[in-house]
Design a protein around this ligand. Structure first.
Ligand code: IVH
Length: 692
């Protein structure tokens, strides 16, 4: 984060005004032209200026106030609802912990580390176990009554499991799924979509008389009048037992840590989990766990001294939509892509973002020049959420939709949400041929983009099947095609003709049939003719296919039928399919089959060094595995008797983690899954490695 120092009282006054305006928006409807990171940086610059010029502090300065002094309410809180001090790095966290230790004269007996939920703080008062009143935090001393909204908040029960008098404190938010559902509902009611889950939660809590209902979720993180002498972590367990929702039900569950080192480690773990959590977090909260330590540390007027927030960089940023590009995919889909004023989100410069489809652009009411909310979490491709309509200057221009296919100029089929060139695959003949010739498909050496353009433009090739009818004389007519290149290309095409069925199928680029699905389909049906004849029911029988995918695939197969027939007639894809992880019955049957190569037997029988293992590969491979593509790694795993998969889950038993392994490694560590280096893995499967 870049911190700009304020150099004059004028700059200081402007900064205070900007922060007051942003805080008002943040804590009311949450729509602010300033991102969270920028707001934090602004408040830090204001605080630095005030430290140096204590007699110039303006009365409306946000420093030292709960909610930046932005909001007030009219119902007094039983005890003040405080905010938290922030730290922004591991060093600042270590300094903060050392400061607390000095104040206590001892190290705290334990810490509780929990997610900092990105929503709105509320206090929920129960009498005799029944929910009586729900308040916002307001200015920390008094809040606004939002009891009317409680019914739509999951995790905030109307009745607790015991008839206690207690005030739950926690955060109300829209989970990612609730945010998406909320925007579906809003768009259906022609209401502008929420730009951000927090603003959606803020607006929903305060709204009355809406013609639709939006569900929210409550997470309790504290309580007034409950087991005040117990450790914080134990009180959280008690809150859950009373029926309140807590973060204990999530992967980022609160954890008691014995030392600052353990705290730092848990902070890293929660940060690594962030993109996979089903709700937004903007940091990690670290609290002294024991009641005695909390009492001894005490609280200031704004924040307790026994807790701190380790802030994480924002995943949402506001930037300008500069343009929209229309790209045509391999299957003729015409997809819009947002061109953005570059913005750094969590350390990565984002220039492009997904815009889904034309109907979505219309529904969201986006215009060129708009300030837009852009969201990027972990590995997820950034996406444009919605425009900040209040920020419009009148200079914005409508987004122009293409009237013809931007690639070939033919008509557009706009009958579905996703637009498509009427020529479908043929529009992208070149791209399709380059894809088919790729290493993981038919692996035709010497057939790159330049050669493919030449072949298509000369009219010799319109689709993949045409490749297999090419003659020496035809090729020799092409520019820069000498005797040697011709002989080599024809030989490579001949080799491609003998590639197994799964590769020929994969080469067709059918939606939803990547490399491993192609292997499964090929193993299931055994021939191109059987695949071509399959209906949705038969396709749904393929391991991992599911009825929806099967339905889409049948549509594609109908479209591709003439091509499939020609490929079969040309003898393409008739070789034995590469092995796929066995299902139990087939494995037993295949184990005794004659004529299978030794490696196939290992896979089919579920024997071999990886028998019973579910393996995921991540990071770049080195040593004996350096030259293998992901597909070849997966083939190797299956030859050695294992099952390859692309994502880490509870079912995963082994992770091969190469250099720059990221979130998959973190998840595997969290699930205590065995992790091997590429070298260790190569040694394990040595007898199945492809010959060098
Ligand atoms: S403890 C006196 N725990 O973050 C203790 N707050 O930026 C005060 N928040 O006002 C709060 N997750 O609205 C606490 N696990 C958590 C939290 C959490 C989110 C919010 C809360 C607080 C704000 C401070």
């Amino acid at each position: 984060m870049t911190e700009t120092a304020l150099r004059s009282s004028g700059a200081y006054a402007d900064a205070v005004a900007a922060a007051v305006q942003a805080a008002a928006a943040y804590y009311t409807d949450g729509v602010t032209p300033l991102g969270d990171d920028e707001y934090d940086a602004l408040v830090r610059a204001i605080a630095a200026y005030e430290d140096a010029h204590p007699d110039e502090v303006l009365p409306d300065s946000p420093t030292g106030k709960v909610a930046g002094g932005a909001v007030v309410g009219d119902v007094p809180h039983s005890v003040p609802m405080l905010s938290l001090d922030n730290v922004f790095s591991a060093e600042e966290l270590a300094d903060w912990a050392a400061g607390l230790e000095r104040r206590l004269g001892r190290a705290p007996a334990g810490w509780c580390v929990e997610p900092k939920l990105d929503g709105l703080a509320v206090a929920a008062r129960y009498r005799g176990g029944k929910l009586e009143r729900v308040l916002t935090r307001g200015d920390g001393l008094a809040g606004e009554d939002i009891s009317h909204a409680a019914e739509a908040v999951l995790g905030l029960p109307a009745v607790l499991t015991e008839p206690v008098d207690v005030e739950l404190r926690g955060e109300v938010l829209l989970t990612t799924a609730q945010f998406e559902e909320a925007n579906r509902i809003r768009l259906a009611h022609e209401a502008p979509p929420f730009v951000h889950p927090r603003s959606g939660a803020a607006g929903t809590l305060r709204a009355k008389d809406r013609p639709y209902r939006i569900e929210l979720t409550f997470f309790a993180y504290d309580a007034v009048g409950l087991d005040e002498e117990s450790a914080h972590s134990a009180r959280l367990e008690r809150l859950a037992a009373l029926g309140a929702n807590t973060a204990a039900s999530t992967a980022a569950a609160p954890l008691r840590c014995g030392s600052v080192e353990e705290v730092q480690q848990r902070v890293e773990e929660i940060a690594a989990l962030r993109s996979r959590l089903p709700f937004g977090i903007d940091g990690v909260v670290i609290k002294a766990d024991d009641a005695g330590d909390r009492r001894a540390a005490g609280s200031g007027s704004r924040a307790p001294r026994w807790a701190v927030a380790r802030k994480l960089a924002a995943e949402h940023k506001v930037t300008r939509l500069l343009g929209v590009e229309w790209a045509v995919g391999r299957t003729g889909i015409i997809a819009p892509r947002a061109v953005l004023e570059p913005v750094v989100i969590d350390g990565v410069t984002v220039t492009y973002a997904t815009l889904h489809n034309p109907a979505d652009i219309t529904r969201r009411g986006l215009m060129l020049g708009d300030q837009v909310f852009v969201y990027r979490a972990g590995d997820v491709i950034p996406r444009v959420e919605a425009p900040l309509v209040e920020q419009r200057t009148g200079e914005e221009r409508p987004i122009v939709f293409p009237e013809v296919c931007p690639r070939c100029g033919d008509a557009i089929d706009a009958s579905e949400q996703r637009w498509r060139c009427v020529r479908s695959r043929n529009c992208q003949a070149v791209a399709s041929i380059v894809y088919a010739a790729g290493r993981d498909q038919l692996d035709i050496e010497g057939l790159g983009a330049t050669r493919a353009v030449q072949l298509v433009e000369s009219g010799l090739v319109n689709d993949i099947a045409d490749l297999f009818t090419l003659t020496r004389d035809q090729l020799m007519t092409l520019e820069r095609m000498g005797e040697t290149s011709t002989v080599n290309l024809l030989a490579a095409i001949e080799t491609a003709r003998t590639r197994p069925l799964n590769r020929a199928l994969c080469a067709l680029g059918i939606r939803g049939t990547g490399r491993s699905m192609s292997r499964r389909i090929a193993a299931h049906f055994g021939s191109m003719a059987a695949i071509r004849a399959a209906d949705a029911e038969a396709l749904a029988g393929v391991d991992g296919m599911g009825p929806e995918k099967a339905r889409v695939m049948v549509g594609e197969l109908v479209e591709l039928a003439p091509l499939l027939d020609r490929l079969a007639a040309l003898g393409v894809g008739t070789a034995v399919t590469e092995p796929t992880a066995p299902r139990p019955v087939e494995a037993a049957e295949a184990a005794g089959a004659d004529g299978a190569a030794p490696a196939d037997v290992a896979a089919a029988a579920g024997t071999g060094p990886l028998s019973g293992e579910a393996v995921v590969v991540t990071g770049s491979m080195t040593g004996p595995l350096a030259a293998l593509s992901r597909n070849e790694m997966n083939e190797l795993i299956e030859r050695a008797g294992g099952k390859a998969s692309s994502s880490v889950s509870k079912r995963t038993t082994l992770l091969v983690a190469g250099e720059k392994a990221g979130s998959k490694r973190a998840k595997a560590e969290e699930l205590a899954i065995r992790i091997l280096t590429p070298d260790e893995f190569a040694a394990l499967v040595a007898e199945h490695l492809p010959a060098a």
